[in-house]
Design a protein around this ligand. Structure first.
Ligand SMILES: NC(=O)c1ccc[n+]([C@@H]2O[C@H](COP(=O)([O-])OP(=O)(O)OC[C@H]3O[C@@H](n4cnc5c(N)ncnc54)[C@H](OP(=O)(O)O)[C@@H]3O)[C@@H](O)[C@H]2O)c1
Length: 284
């Protein structure tokens, strides 16, 4: 969403001033002439920041509120869940006993990546921007360790302490100085999944940054970026697995719900500033 409002085409078309802001939405059908959708049905789709929309049913998924709260279709059982599931498993190929580091660890995607890594038998260290967030990932979600990057001076020293056997997998949500500190600690044949670079999204000028390719060279590491729609055709496989882990209690999730349609822009800015834990949602 942040990328779209720069006005530059990335993997998605830009949203220009006056355009409808894009985003995933869960809604309730209030009128229907469609043979498959009925008044009262809950649905999920990409309708953006608006209270009502008209749809021909294409790209619309019906939800069963008895199986899971409908809000999960925007989080753990929706796009962020699939980002964590496929972006981590398909790129990092974690093995039991390996050390995994996740940045943006208390957010919608990061909090799920760490728990999936635990399910796969890994040692998991998360990096987040608050003591409450570190407490959440370690004491509620079961990460093995974590640190608050806002109050830690030396990221490399802290990572060395928390990852005594080096880092085999890094799931990067943030980029910048945090990612710079991870690369020198990568192990031989490490895998880095580049999911997001949120520390860079608001910068007027790109940071120069250190040159990290030597670490990739000497550690024969693999760094790969992805956009979650790459696995669109396998979405149902991911949802079924995440739903099973959820039912079995292996995965927990948190939603940060702001009420009021008019509060969407403020909530969006708050999310970029790290005010959320788990998935930031608006209940309009
Ligand atoms: N590749 C894909 O297909 C795909 C799909 C979905 C999302 N993403 C990316 O995944 C990342 C996480 O998305 P999300 O929806 O799960 O958001 P989120 O993690 O729930 O929320 C964003 C978090 O980013 C952190 N943050 C903000 N500025 C930061 C900075 N300068 N340095 C470090 N952390 C910072 C904040 O947490 P702190 O308090 O910890 O700073 C904030 O809570 C984003 O980069 C997003 O663009 C990629």
């Amino acid at each position: 969403m942040r990328g779209r409002i720069t006005g530059i085409k990335t993997y998605a078309d830009p949203v220009l001033v006056g355009d409808l802001m894009q985003g995933g939405t869960v809604g309730e059908v209030v009128e229907s002439n469609h043979p498959k959708f009925f008044v009262g049905d809950f649905v999920v789709g990409m309708w953006g920041w608006q209270e009502y929309t008209v749809s021909d049913g294409k790209g619309v998924q019906k939800l069963n509120p008895h199986l899971a709260p409908v809000s999960t279709a925007l989080g753990v059982l929706g796009m962020p869940g699939m980002t964590a599931f496929f972006g981590f498993l398909e790129i990092c190929h974690p093995k039991s006993g390996e050390t995994v580091v996740v940045s943006g660890a208390a957010g919608a995607v990061g909090s799920l990546v760490g728990q999936i890594a635990k399910i796969k038998g890994c040692r998991v260290v998360g990096i987040a921007g608050g003591d409450d967030k570190v407490d959440f990932i370690v004491n509620e979600l079961g990460f093995d360790g974590g640190f608050n990057y806002k109050t830690t001076d030396n990221y490399i020293a802290k990572l060395k302490e928390l990852c005594p056997n080096g880092i085999d997998c890094y799931f990067d949500n943030v980029g910048g100085a945090i990612t710079d500190a991870v690369f020198p600690l990568l192990n031989l044949y490490a895998r880095v999944s580049v999911c997001g670079q949120i520390s860079q999204y608001n910068l007027a000028k790109p940071e120069p940054g250190p040159r990290l390719l030597t670490y990739i060279l000497v550690k024969q590491a693999r760094v790969e970026g992805f956009i979650v729609i790459r696995w669109m055709d396998r979405w149902s496989e991911g949802i079924v697995q995440m739903a099973q882990w959820l039912r079995e209690g292996h995965i927990k999730y948190r939603e940060d719900i702001v009420h009021g349609f008019e509060n969407i822009p403020a909530a969006f800015i708050a999310m970029l500033n790290g005010k959320n834990t788990g998935k930031m949602l608006i209940q309009a």
